[in-house]
Design a protein around this ligand. Structure first.
Ligand SMILES: O=C(O)c1cc(=O)[nH]c(=O)n1[C@@H]1O[C@H](COP(=O)(O)O)[C@@H](O)[C@H]1O
Length: 239
């Protein structure tokens, strides 16, 4: 029933709310995302709780700083034992390379599985107009592809991007590259602040390896029904 391709975003701000959701969703969800809202409120206990429950954890703190600071921050986070972590690709190739080296070194030192690193490309809430407003000269799609290429060259395991760019990233970076796509909206859910969106099945068909879905599940009238509908749709597309 559970499918590791679905990552449910726990965008709540207390440990209690998080535990309530995880208990409600039970065995049907095997992979959770802890982002800034939850981590800044409830800290490392969030990751420990999820690991104790046997869940996979995507720790999404989107590190973005000069190479040394980014690498040391990512090194510290490696000790929490998450499966996936993020940094911003716009921090540049040297930053990504320093972070990738720090994670590998720290995991080897601790004798734990190396958490995989994902480079966030251009946020899924940005459309062309918002991108140009901050000085983007190329199209969003080309900027995303360029960041995906740099990420792979820097030893990063995958990207976070809109599902609209999944197909081209897959063609560019090959079958083993992780392509994690938020901006997923099943037909029954509202778009909220997301701009570059598609459905769960379409994102997988286009080459996404994982889908990040938050509010369509966590704010649904019945999160179990919503998760089941999404899982049903996902399971129509073979891994
Ligand atoms: O890094 C992310 O996970 C992320 C990157 C991005 O470009 N867009 C994006 O929405 N996200 C995250 O994906 C989740 C999407 O949540 P919903 O819009 O509620 O499904 C949120 O936790 C965002 O922080």
């Amino acid at each position: 029933m559970a499918d590791d391709r679905l990552i449910t975003a726990l965008d709540v701000h207390t440990l209690e709310d998080m535990k309530r959701l995880v208990t409600t969703l039970g065995d049907r969800v095997s992979f959770y995302k802890v982002g800034m809202e939850l981590f800044y409120s409830a800290g490392p206990d969030t990751v420990r709780y999820l690991k104790d429950q046997g869940k996979h954890v995507f720790l999404d703190l989107k590190v973005h700083d000069i190479p040394n600071t980014a690498a040391q921050s990512i090194r510290a986070l490696t000790r929490l034992g998450a499966d996936l972590m993020t940094l911003h690709g716009t921090g540049g190739k040297a930053m990504m390379r320093a972070a990738a080296d720090a994670v590998a070194e720290e995991a080897a030192k601790l004798n734990i599985a190396r958490p995989k690193l994902l480079a966030v490309t251009i946020l899924t809430s940005m459309d062309e107009a918002a991108w140009q407003e901050i000085g983007g000269k190329d199209t969003v799609a080309n900027a995303v592809l360029n960041l995906a290429r740099l990420a792979k060259e820097a030893g990063i395991d995958g990207t976070v991007s809109s599902p609209h760019e999944a197909k081209e990233i897959r063609a560019l970076n090959g079958p083993d590259f992780l392509i994690v796509t938020p901006g997923i909206r099943p037909s029954f859910a509202a778009a909220n602040d997301q701009k570059r969106i598609t459905t769960p099945a379409q994102a997988l068909r286009d080459g996404a390896s994982h889908l990040v879905i938050g509010r369509p599940i966590t704010q649904a009238a019945d999160p179990v029904v919503a998760a089941d509908k999404i899982l049903e749709e996902i399971q129509e597309v073979h891994a």
